[in-house]
Design a binder for this molecule. Sequence first.
Ligand code: ADP
Ligand code: MG
Length: 633
Amino acid sequence: MKQKTGPKNYQFQTEIGSLLDLLANSLYSNKEIFLRELISNAVDALAKVKFDSLTDNSLLDKDEELKIDIKVDEKEKSFSITDNGVGMTKQELVDNLGTIAKSGTMAFLKNLGDQKEKNLDLIGKFGVGFYSVFMVATEVSVETASSQDKNEFAHRWVSNGEGVFTIEKIEPRARGTKISFKFKKNTHDLASKWRIEEVIKQYSNFTPFKIEVNGEQINRQNALWTKNKSQIKEDEYNELFKYLSGTAEKPRFTYHYNSDAPLQFNVIMFIPQKGNNALFQNQRDSQLHLYCKKVFIQDDCKDILPAWLRFVHGVVDSHDLPLNVSRQTLQNNPILSKIQNFLIKKILGEWETLKRTNKEAFQEFWQNFGVFVKEGIYSDFGRREMLLKLYHSYTSKNKDEIVSLQEYVDRMGPEQKEIYYIHGKSRSQVEVSPNLEYFKQNKIEVLYLYEEVDEFVISSIGTFADKAIVSVDKAEIQEPKSDSKKVDDKKEDTSTDSPSELQFTKLKENFKHVLGDKISDVHSSKRLVDSPCTLVSHKDAPTFGMEKALKMMNKDFSEAKNILEVNFKHPIIKNMIKIQKRLPQDAIIKETIELLFDNCLIIKRNLELDSLIFSKINKMLHKTTSIYLKSLD
Ligand code: ADP
Ligand code: MG
């Protein structure tokens, strides 16, 4: 008996179901990006055939042209795109057009939320680009035959994007895939040859295979990067950037190099307006497109530039790489690593020049891409020296203009032996810290670091120009001797009612007794000027900023105990000593100690608070202890 071969039902993975819902109902305005996604899939399929044919002669007829054939019917409002790429077997249809394989995709779908417009634009980067077709179609058919299918079966996949799809066997057809549908009512404007051409020119003009619409070639397919720089117009560069980045923006910088010796290659690279680091940390924003002698090899070459340069878009065309280079062999290819070195050196050189010649543009660049350079400092050890020259930050002296480490070192006073930094969310927040008081008083410049990665990066640098880089929150800051002495002496002189050594020790003991486990020790402070006390970290413990970062990565991370530094010249502390002298067990001492400590903890944890609150609390505490003291008379 003959087996029944009608369409068989399959269920989409739940997440795809929700994505389809969203796509079908979104008011998203860039619906035409579906075309970019279908073309990009066709290109992948064609590139695979091309690559396989290098080792399998039977795959490609000598005069068979690899191309993409689009048909659009304005009357019928119908559309189809056909490629003679690798095609899909039945199992591949189930796997590729029904489930999510790529890591990072789930996160993408979950995060679509607020910024749908912007995020949907990136759909192709998250391995679900195909489904964007449901923005413009209610029912989609995919007919396909795989070069891998020994039985030469062909199959049709059909879905209306509502949770299920069907697959059935169809009459044998040539290798490749045809996707067809009718445009939805609200997208009829796309059902025209003119519009389709326009969209192709916008997003897919440099596609490495021929694209025909109703029989006419649309894309230019010329290798802009091999042309002479002087003959290229800015518009042409912009167009290439649009194609590579999939955005409508203009590039921030364009770098074009033609190298003849020792290696022969042509490169165009673009720095976009903004990096995309925050979106999903491990998702690579851009990849270089790799060509060998104008022949397209790969559009997602991750091996040319290191991960920290993932925001660079571009095309690399090499004459020295073998045509049959594979993804696996590429990684260890010595020619590629030479090209890599060349490119990175060039890129860093461009930024050095920018720094010297146009500070304003450099600052804007740094605001957008500094975080990537910092990642490079942290991860790309061999280039750390070069990258450190680019490192910039705000400082206590520079509110609006960033300063390089070298500039900082150049203007250090003769007494200053170290580079100091503090980490926090913003300038106003950083300046709440009592640990800055000493530096303010002595006019010592401190780097103000606001980015999460800063703490890791700066502590990984260790030293710059033979100067140790030290957090102001660290316990043992080597202070420039002469100046600090002067300040101390002056204070000592004016205080007629200095308490005795013994009384210090007694109050210290009291602090330790009341705070117990919460602190590791109590020291009398040299760094405080206006505040009664502060927390500092041990020399070998993580800095406060580092603790915060570690805590964000691991909720169970427990903070190290800190040293409490007490300013024994502060009026509150002086009052406490006097009260203690008369009533050693008095509750107000315990209460004041607790409140002072809580304040320190809040400052340490860097919560967003009105920066004045602490001086208000301290004023109040001073008043309370003074009145209390008077009442004892
Ligand atoms: P991505 O292209 O990032 O993998 P898509 O959602 O665009 O994600 O496509 C999913 C998969 O479907 C592709 O990886 C590919 O295996 C398959 N596919 C889509 N279109 C084609 C096509 N025209 N020819 C062959 N395979 C295709
Ligand atoms: Mg795709």
